[in-house]
Write a protein that binds this ligand. Sequence first.
Ligand code: BTN
Length: 243
Amino acid sequence: MAEKYAKWQVYYFDEVTSTNDIIKNLCTRPNEQYVVCAKKQTNGRGRMGRKWQSLEGNLFFSLALNVDMQSLGMFILMCDLTLCHIIRHLQPTAAVQIKWPNDVLLNNAKVSGMLLEKGPADYLIIGIGVNLIWHPTTSDIAYPTTSLKDTGINITAKQFLKLFLSQFTKNSVLLETKKGCDVLRNQWLGYVKGLGKIVTIHQENKEISGVFKGIDENGYLMLENETGICQIRAGDVFFVEEI
Ligand code: BTN
């Protein structure tokens, strides 16, 4: 049974394979906005085919909504910002950063990740994991991780999800105007790690290095190197210089 929260139909589950899978079967009516949240996932997925460890206590949820593909880049950027805004709201001094494209870092360690997938019809699925009370140990994965609890932020999955939906609704209004998009882009640039530094972007079959110059009006990363300015849509960023 769905709970209604603002424009969202919200479904809660105890255990699912992946909230991204479940939501694909639920988003059947056009022009609705859906949320699926689960206490744990048995087959949580990360980007680039990686696993997302999903034990009870952390937040695992997916959103399904119709997004104008022209503004997809700005939309993703707005989702990143929504997570940063909440963490700063919970702890104003928190050292929060965005690691392009979709990781949120706290004290230089990953606290949240996002997986975008195509849903049925025109639905976009956005799966988000937030480490609330625990995080995988670094011997399991290649990068440092942390949880909100490690920084002294105590919040339940349901409380965080409600803050997310309400902040998301406020931020998405800004996407409707150019002025609003400029506000979001500038806020995003204030959070992103590595701006103005040399970075390497790892894509499936290649690597590109250059100076991280910012993001364009589509939300693509702009990298400057000897070939000029390259627009990058996807990849994993690695920081070459000490930041
Ligand atoms: C990443 O950083 O690699 C993305 C992680 C995304 C994890 C979330 S948890 C909710 C949703 N369901 C999944 O199986 N994955 C996403």
